[in-house]
Every structure is written in structure tokens, then in C-alpha cells.
Design a binder for this molecule. Structure first.
Ligand SMILES: *[C@@H]1O[C@H](CO)[C@@H](O)[C@H](O)[C@H]1NC(C)=O
Ligand SMILES: *[C@@H]1O[C@H](CO)[C@@H](O)[C@H](O)[C@H]1NC(C)=O
Ligand SMILES: *[C@@H]1O[C@H](CO)[C@@H](O)[C@H](O)[C@H]1NC(C)=O
Ligand SMILES: *[C@@H]1O[C@H](CO)[C@@H](O)[C@H](O)[C@H]1NC(C)=O
Length: 504
């Protein structure tokens, strides 16, 4: 008989229990997951009705405008792109003629020019200049709109902005309150709205004091325990949950973000555990925005994440917070450190530095959770992170495959889409899945395809989705569909399953 001492028993128990925990996180592999997109990070294209009750809702943060003087028929322009005067002498509008809104309230805005400064009145004259770096009351312009998108702009000095006949001086010195909005009024501009954003910043800042109730209602109704039950019934085994950086300062995040998403994420863990689904917590929106898209919580499309050490450290602190809170939850499958950083703005060096530090933060709390590293979007080599990840136990590379967003895809026939998945995507995936390398996750894909909306039949979608499932099913870590719910049916896995387009 072998005698086992107390201390040996202790070791044995530790080894067995850590095996059990290890089993529990790898038990979900390969992952068949769905993204709970549009839930804790707003994306207006998925949930447009959330924006319905915002006053002046086409003038949210980041909205790009061109302003054309009706007397001169010329566009306002920030000379040199910024850090100089505002003029009114351009016959066509592009970057220098584009003003991005920062919304103060439904009628009051800061106007940001392409080089990043804000418009204000010169300290020496009544001319407008683009020279402010931190906007406040001296940069707050009221935009008075008529029904034909003609506008007048009341400057912080209480007077209206006007053009002069020489076109190169734009001044804030027009006192006349009344206007007939006619072509003879030098204070009237035709406003042309360009790119708009509908993300978390736009929603919360747009609703102002009503944002908390709007979002709490959304969080508690958009995804419920029933959804987790359905996902399990549909043979999914995990969820990927996008979260924003502000979740770490719940219940009092910096304005305009609102608290409550953390409690919702806690609920998600409880439901996931009840139905045996693994949870991938995905930092989708990093402070400063890593890609300038609305899904990263951007204010105006700027991409500023990763440009300072302080910003990287603050983002590591968000991961630290999430890891410490959820490390002991049996449902925790993985933490994804950041979603879709965009090259070349996010440099490989700063990203690797962040990934190493984020990995270490997770490992302070758990040896078991996978740590997922998203490849960069844009002109980046899909193997650029393999060396780093190969040296970090249980790290995973995330790649996203959409047959969308470029002319090449919108010109393809359905059969060409299918061939592209079978040939090019499988080759792309095999390029990343190297021997002794990290497992690879197709963390986002959908059965929508470029140009398909108008021409593809149900059978086409079935064949396309099946091709994707076959190829992405070969990913060593698994895949996750974008998304569970979406007003655009083909982007909703729930709709696709309920309507017989996809079966797992
Ligand atoms: C617009 O006015 C500015 C300031 O006078 C001048 O420097 C610039 O050349 C003008 N641009 C055009 C296109 O007329
Ligand atoms: C908040 O909602 C109330 C009632 O719908 C509305 O009257 C008010 O204007 C809203 N406030 C904002 C800032 O949207
Ligand atoms: C977010 O970024 C801003 C601007 O870089 C910075 O001032 C602020 O401290 C950051 N907040 C957090 C919580 O990271
Ligand atoms: C896709 O693969 C085919 C051959 O398998 C190749 O001819 C084509 O150029 C590839 N397309 C792209 C966009 O890489």
C-alpha cells in the first residue's frame, strides 16, 4: 500500500482541481459561438430604433458637415486644414471644408476641423479661426436650422457668423436676429450632412439625462435569459460579448457614458453558466478608439488609442478589472484584449506591448482563461502576432472574415463568394494556423455577402453559409457569428436558424 502524506494529498487535490478547471475552459473547444453585438456597445446599424427619440438626431457627435454660403456659393474652409483662419472661398468641399460636430446639447456644438482643432473667434478680431485644442464655452456655436437645411450659426459672442464679399474673412459680427433665409443673407449657409456615427457616445450624449433609462431598458430587454436558453438549444457552446472601456468605471463612468452594463454582464455570466455556454469577454471599444468606427465608442471617427503609454496602461487596467472580476466564474472562457485595432494608426509595436501587458494582467488572476489577440485590420500581415502568441500559453489569434465592404466583394456572384470562402479564406486561415502556433479563432463572420442582398435566394444563402461553416469550422479555436440579433436579418444568427437558413 502506498502511503500518501497530508502534504501529498494537498498537492494531489490541487493538481486534480486545476485539471478540472482547465478542462472546463477547453471543454468549449472548438468554439461555436455567437457575438452578442449591439448589446453592451451600441451599434446603430444593428439597432436603429434606439436612436428614434433623440432630438435633432441627425446632428450627433462626429457628424460631418459642409457649410456653403448662399450669397457667395462658396464653402467654408479651414485654411491649411486647421491652426489658421476660416475662409469662404472654395467651390467644392473635401477634407479642409469638413467640420465634425461635437455635440454640447441638441443645438449647441463645437466644430472640429480636419487637423483636429476647434473653431473659435480670434482674440484680435471678429474673424473665425481654427486654433482651439480643448473646446469649452468659447468654442460653443449654436446652429439654428430651418426646414431646408439652411442654417445660421450663432457664435459664442451672441452674434451670427457671416461671410464678406471678399470671401476670405468669415466673421462673427452679424447682429440681425431676423432672416427670410434667402440667397441675399450673408449669415445663411446651406448645410450638407456627410458621414454620421451611431455608437455608444452618440447615443448617450444625444439622450443626455435620458440616456440612463434608454440604455438600461435596452440592456434588460435586448438579450435575456431566454436568448441564452435558445443559443444552447441551437447547439452553440459560447458567446462573445463586446464591452466598452467605460464598463470598468461602472456605476459612474465618465460622461456621457452611463453605468449599468457591468450588472448586465454579471447577468450574462449567470445565464451562460446555467446553460453551459462559455463567455468570451471582448474589449470592443478602447478609450480613444482603436479604429475610428462607431463600434469602438468613437466620438468623431478619430483613432487615438495606443498613441501614449498612459492610454495603453489605462486599457490594461480595464483588462485587469475584468479579469479580477470574472476569473473565478466557471463560465469564463476567454478575455479578448482589444477588437480590430486598425493598421497603420495602431502600430505593431504599441499593440504588442499592450498584448503582452494585457496577457500578464489576465494571468495574475487565472492560468486557465484563454487570452485572445485580434489581428490588425488594414494593411497588416496576418502572421505578425504569431511569434508573440506562440510564447504565451493559451493565447489565441482572432481573425475576422467578411465578404463585404469592398468593390471586389460587391461585384461577386454568389458562386464567386462561395469559391472565395473555399479557396482564399481557407488559404488565409491556414496561413495563420501554423504548427506549434497559437489556436486561431474566426471571431467574426456573417452569412451576408457583398451584393447578395439584392440577388441571392434563400438557397444561395444556405450554400454560402454552409461553405463558411465548413471552412471556419476548421479553425483550431472555433468561430463566432456576427451577431445574435440584428434588424438586418442575414446578420442575425437567431433569425437565420429560426428561418432555416443555417443549421448547426
Ligand atoms: C482663400 O483665401 C485665403 C486667404 O485669403 C487664401 O490664402 C487662399 O489662397 C484662398 N483660396 C482660394 C482657393 O481662393
Ligand atoms: C427626455 O425625455 C423627456 C420625455 O420624453 C423629453 O421631454 C426631454 O426632452 C428628454 N430630454 C432629452 C435631453 O432628450
Ligand atoms: C480616456 O482618455 C482620455 C483622453 O486620452 C483621458 O483623459 C482619460 O483619463 C481616459 N480615461 C480612462 C478611464 O481611461
Ligand atoms: C483568390 O484565389 C484565387 C485562386 O485560388 C486567385 O486567383 C485570386 O487572385 C484570389 N483573390 C484574392 C482577392 O486574393
Amino acid at each position: 500500500m502506498v502511503r500518501i502524506s497530508h502534504s501529498h494529498w494537498l498537492y494531489l487535490i490541487i493538481i486534480i482541481s486545476s485539471c478540472l478547471v482547465t478542462l472546463s475552459s477547453s471543454a468549449y473547444l472548438p468554439v461555436k459561438a455567437v457575438n452578442l453585438g449591439g448589446w453592451l456597445v451600441t451599434e446603430g446599424w444593428m439597432t436603429p430604433s434606439l436612436f428614434n427619440n433623440i432630438p435633432n438626431k441627425d446632428m450627433l457627435d462626429g457628424t460631418q458637415l459642409h457649410l456653403k454660403s448662399v450669397t457667395l456659393n462658396m464653402y467654408l474652409s479651414a485654411e491649411g486644414g486647421g491652426d489658421s483662419i476660416i475662409v469662404a472661398n472654395r467651390t467644392s468641399a473635401s477634407d479642409w471644408e469638413t467640420f465634425k460636430l461635437w455635440r454640447v446639447n441638441e443645438r449647441t456644438f463645437y466644430l472640429r476641423v480636419s487637423m483636429g482643432q476647434f473653431v473659435r473667434i480670434s482674440t484680435r478680431s471678429s474673424r473665425l479661426v481654427a486654433k482651439a485644442t480643448n473646446p469649452s464655452t468659447t468654442e460653443a456655436f449654436v446652429i439654428v436650422r430651418n426646414s431646408n437645411n439652411r442654417v445660421r450659426i450663432r457664435a459664442p459672442n451672441g452674434l451670427f457668423v457671416q461671410v464678406s464679399t471678399t470671401a476670405d474673412a468669415v466673421t462673427a459680427d452679424y447682429a440681425e436676429e431676423n432672416t427670410n433665409w434667402g440667397d441675399n443673407d450673408p449669415s445663411v449657409f446651406q448645410m450638407e450632412l456627410g458621414r454620421q456615427f451611431q455608437g455608444e457616445f452618440q447615443l448617450t450624449n444625444g439622450y443626455g439625462s435620458n440616456a440612463t433609462s434608454v440604455l438600461r431598458n435596452h440592456w434588460s430587454t435586448y438579450i435575456t435569459e431566454d436568448d441564452f436558453r435558445s443559443m444552447a438549444n441551437d447547439k452553440l457552446n459560447a458567446v462573445r460579448i463586446p464591452v466598452g472601456w467605460w464598463i470598468a468605471s461602472d456605476p459612474n463612468p465618465p460622461k456621457p457614458f452611463v453605468g449599468g452594463s457591468l450588472q448586465t454582464l454579471d447577468n450574462a455570466f449567470t445565464w451562460a453558466e446555467k446553460y453551459n455556454l462559455g463567455v468570451i469577454v471582448d474589449l470592443h471599444a478602447a478609450n480613444g478608439s482603436q479604429n475610428g468606427n462607431e463600434n469602438s465608442g468613437t466620438r468623431d471617427g478619430s483613432k487615438e488609442w495606443g498613441t501614449t503609454d498612459e492610454n495603453i496602461d489605462q486599457t490594461v487596467a480595464v483588462i485587469d478589472f475584468l479579469a479580477s472580476r470574472y476569473a473565478q466564474r466557471s463560465g469564463l472562457l476567454a478575455i479578448e484584449l482589444i477588437n480590430e485595432p486598425l493598421a497603420p494608426g495602431v502600430t505593431l509595436d504599441s499593440l504588442k506591448k499592450y498584448y503582452q501587458a494585457g496577457y500578464n494582467a489576465v494571468r495574475k488572476y487565472t492560468p486557465n482563461a484563454y487570452v485572445i489577440m485580434s489581428n490588425r485590420l488594414g494593411p497588416a500581415d496576418s502572421t505578425e502576432l504569431l511569434q508573440l502568441a506562440s510564447n504565451l500559453d493559451k493565447s489565441v489569434i482572432d481573425v475576422h472574415y467578411y465578404n463585404l465592404y469592398t468593390d471586389m466583394f460587391s461585384r461577386m456572384t454568389v458562386q464567386q463568394h462561395i469559391d472565395f470562402v473555399n479557396n482564399n479564406r481557407s488559404r488565409d486561415l491556414n496561413t495563420v494556423m501554423v504548427a506549434n502556433g497559437p489556436p486561431v479563432f474566426v471571431g467574426e463572420w456573417s452569412a451576408e455577402c457583398g451584393g447578395c442582398e439584392n440577388k441571392a435566394t434563400k438557397e444561395d444563402y444556405q450554400r454560402f453559409a454552409q461553405a463558411e461553416l465548413n471552412v471556419y469550422g476548421g479553425a483550431t479555436f472555433g468561430w463566432s457569428y456576427w451577431a445574435w440579433k440584428n434588424v438586418n436579418d442575414h446578420w442575425s444568427l437567431k433569425w437565420m436558424i429560426d428561418n432555416g437558413y443555417i443549421s448547426l
